[in-house]
Design a protein around this ligand. Structure first.
Ligand SMILES: [Zn+2]
Length: 229
C-alpha cells in the first residue's frame, strides 16, 4: 500500500492517479474521508507474467499499477519480450522510458468527415520497435481512436466554435491546460496532443473543422441559439 500510494501521489515524483500505460483511465477512484490505507487500489500488473518468468514474480521493478482496462482487457497474458510468433522483441522500461514525444494524435481530412488518427513518431528504429510492442500489448491505437470516433462531440465539449479567431484561441488554451494536467484526468494527455496538432493546421482546414463542429450543434438547442445558427 505504501508503494502504491507513493506511485499514484499527485505531486512529483508521484505519477498521479491516471494510468501511466494508456493515460485513458484512472488507476482507481479516490474517496473523500477515507484513510490512505483504505482507499481502493488499482491492480498491479506483472510486466513479465509470473507464470512465464517466476524469477521476477515479486521483483518491484516488474510490478506496475495499471488501470483495469490495461490489465484485464488489453494485456491479459501477452508477453512483452516475445511476439505472438515467439520472436524476441523489445519494449519500454516503464520506470525509465516513455513514449512521450514519440506519438501523435491528429485530425485528418481524407474522408468526407474529419477523423482523429493516432500515429507513432519514433526517434529511431529501436524506439519504433518499443512503440510497436507497447501498442500491440495495450492496444493504444484502437483505444485512442475509439475515444475520438465521436470527434465532433469531443471537440465541441472543449472548444469555442463561435468564429475562427475564438476557435483558435480556445484550441491554444485547451492544449495548454490539458497537457499540464495530463496526470490528473484521463484522456487529458491525448486531448492535449490532439489540440497541439490542430494548432499546426492552416486556417482553411481549421475553418472546415469549425464548420464540422457547428453542424453538430442541435438547431433547436441552447448552443445553437448562443451561436446564432
Ligand atoms: Zn491503462
Amino acid at each position: 500500500m505504501d508503494h502504491y500510494n507513493r506511485y499514484n501521489a499527485d505531486p512529483p515524483p508521484g505519477n498521479g492517479n491516471v494510468c501511466g500505460m494508456c493515460a485513458t483511465e484512472l488507476l482507481a477512484q479516490r474517496q473523500n474521508r477515507v484513510a490512505a490505507e483504505d482507499q481502493w487500489r488499482a491492480p498491479y500488473d506483472h510486466l513479465l507474467a509470473k507464470e512465464k518468468y517466476p524469477q521476477f514474480g515479486v521483483d518491484p521493478d516488474n510490478l506496475l499499477p495499471t488501470c483495469h482496462t490495461c490489465n484485464s482487457k488489453a494485456k491479459l497474458a501477452k508477453d512483452l519480450l516475445r511476439d505472438p510468433e515467439g520472436l524476441r522483441r523489445t519494449c519500454f522500461d516503464p520506470w525509465s522510458e516513455s513514449a512521450h514525444e514519440q506519438v501523435a494524435l491528429q485530425v485528418e481530412f481524407l474522408d468526407i468527415l474529419p477523423i482523429a488518427t493516432w500515429t507513432m513518431t519514433p526517434i529511431d528504429p529501436i524506439n519504433q520497435s518499443k512503440l510497436t510492442t507497447w501498442n500491440e500489448i495495450y492496444r493504444i491505437k484502437e483505444r485512442i481512436e475509439g475515444e475520438f470516433l465521436s470527434l465532433r462531440e469531443k471537440l465541441t465539449e472543449d472548444l469555442d466554435v463561435r468564429d475562427l479567431a475564438v476557435f483558435k484561441n480556445s484550441i491554444e488554451h485547451k492544449a495548454r491546460v490539458r497537457l499540464s494536467s495530463a496526470r490528473l484526468t484521463p484522456y487529458n494527455y491525448w486531448r492535449g496532443l490532439l489540440y497541439s496538432s490542430l494548432l499546426r493546421l492552416p486556417d482553411q482546414l481549421l475553418e472546415r473543422l469549425r464548420a464540422f463542429c457547428l453542424d453538430g450543434l442541435d438547431p433547436n438547442g441552447d448552443a445553437a441559439a448562443t451561436y446564432g445558427v
